[in-house]
Write a protein that binds this ligand. Structure first.
Ligand code: GDP
Length: 457
């Protein structure tokens, strides 16, 4: 890595979120982190203290020696710290004013303000984390469901990196054998048994294909599942919405248009977020709108959604499927509502695969509907101990690895010589290295990855 720049300086930032809290933390990292802290800290001399110790004292303004705060300071000496550098964390009282004053004091004493994600970037550049782990830190901070948290944690703990390392070793062995053969090319030897190669490539392909396949699930975990509730006026959409959200907040009424609320609400099913889109639309439509704007809006929602709940009132004489909804059958669940009003067998739509009977008003069948939604959108139990690719950048690089492996296979079939095969093997290794950051990664890509972090992380 030769993107090490500005590494002689010490960075400082408030690491806790803005607003008032009991405690706020200012974090310093860099070669002079400890002397900078010593310059503003009145207590024990930090330079003389061992790593991983905590010290009580005061922060003093460097310009006039006035008291700023009573604090606790934690020391982490290089290399045993998050960034790999000397790190000092100052825990002060959580007022933004005080934290800002401490930060200013640290800057006057020689630190500079950290950029977004700079601590994690340093951790990466100092070899404390690989790129996938650094990205997992960002995912972990952004996690708002259990599945997101678990997938990010698995990646942070090196699960994905471990998988990639195994792939890399196999490829390197392969490349080494082929390249050895080149050295002896005059003698017409084949060290690398072609049949074994074919097996190896096909194993690698199936491992990568599993990772690629996991991205569908990863995407679901990371972005949630968008759900549209579609149905004629009075089918019971608002009532279902409330039943799903398990709340009485929105007012349901026979008079259409009396309910209005936020645009999108979320529902957590087995740790995965389901985003109910355009809930205001559901609550706002009126009977005469359904013919014009209503349909247009519903159609757009149906297109956008990855799952459609098509709500049908079984007491309605016409329970046929809305015509324009038919092309979306693949992502639709027909939800037959108001079954409390009819007896058993009437509640069926013919020729439709995925259907379920409920009563939104009586709250029956709602749990089963949730499980069906999960089954349709996620389709499997999430084993977060397995690697789940949640990142489009990784997916991209894995796809390119797959293409290179296919090129190797084709090359072998065509009887290409080892030197040509080795080019494709090197290319595969290159894409793999891009994922973990083992090969030099474009500065723009690094910028995008670390720019997503908050300042102080
Ligand atoms: P929307 O126009 O599709 O949003 O329909 P609403 O949720 O406003 O419901 C229309 C009417 O149907 C209301 O009077 C609801 O109480 C009633 N309703 C909704 N679900 C059920 C149900 O499962 N059983 C019965 N009996 N009535 C229901």
């Amino acid at each position: 890595m030769n993107v090490l720049s500005g590494f002689d300086d010490t960075i400082a930032a408030i690491a806790t979120p803005p607003g008032i809290g009991a405690i706020g933390v200012i974090r310093l990292s860099g070669k002079t982190a400890i002397p900078v802290a010593d310059a503003i800290f009145k207590g024990k001399k930090l330079e003389a203290q061992p790593s991983h110790t905590v010290h009580f004292g005061h922060i003093i303004a460097p310009e006039d020696g006035s008291l700023i705060d009573e604090v606790v300071v934690t020391l982490f000496k290089s290399p045993k710290s998050y960034t790999g550098e000397d790190v000092v964390e100052i825990s002060g009282h959580g007022s933004s004013y005080i934290l800002q004053r401490i930060l200013e004091a640290a800057i006057t004493a020689g630190a500079r303000l950290a950029k977004a994600g700079e601590y994690t970037q340093r951790a990466f550049l100092n070899g404390k984390l690989d790129l996938t782990q650094a990205e997992a830190v960002a995912d972990l901070i952004a996690a708002d469901s259990q599945a997101q948290q678990q997938a990010a944690l698995q990646q942070l703990r090196g699960g994905f990196s471990g998988d990639l390392e195994k792939l890399r070793e196999q490829l390197i062995n392969f490349a080494a054998l082929i390249e050895l053969e080149l050295d002896f090319s005059d003698e017409d030897v084949e060290f690398a048994d072609r049949e074994q190669f074919r097996i190896l490539i096909s194993n690698l392909k199936s491992q990568i294909s599993n990772l690629l396949h996991s991205f569908r699930l990863g995407n679901v975990i990371k972005n949630g599942v968008s759900v549209a509730i579609i149905g004629k006026p009075n089918a019971g959409k608002s009532t279902l919405l409330n039943a799903l959200l398990n709340e009485e907040r929105a007012i349901v009424s026979d008079i259409a248009g009396t309910t209005r609320d936020t645009i999108e609400e979320t529902l957590n099913i087995n740790g995965v977020l389901f985003r109910l889109i355009d809930t205001a639309g559901i609550r706002e439509h009126t009977a005469d709108q359904i013919e014009s704007i209503g349909i247009e809006r519903s159609r757009k929602n149906a297109e956008k959604a990855s799952l459609i709940l098509h709500l049908v009132d079984v007491t309605d004489p016409d329970t046929s499927v809305i015509e324009w909804l038919k092309p979306f059958a693949g992502k639709t669940i027909d939800v037959l509502n108001k079954t409390d009003q009819v007896s058993g067998s009437k509640s069926q739509i013919s020729n439709r695969k995925s259907q379920i009977s409920i009563s939104a008003k009586k709250n029956t069948g709602i749990e089963a509907l949730k499980q069906l939604m999960y089954e349709r959108a996620v389709g499997e139990t999430i084993h977060t101990e397995n690697t789940i690719v949640t990142n489009a950048r990784h997916f991209d690089a894995l796809s390119r690895m797959m293409e290179s492996l296919e090129a190797i296979e084709a090359g072998m079939r065509a009887g290409l010589t080892g030197d040509l095969l080795s080019i494709d093997i090197r290319r595969t290794l290159h894409y793999l290295g891009e994922i973990t950051g083992q090969v030099e990664v474009d500065r723009d890509i690094l910028g995008t990855i670390f720019g997503k972090f908050c300042i102080g992380k």
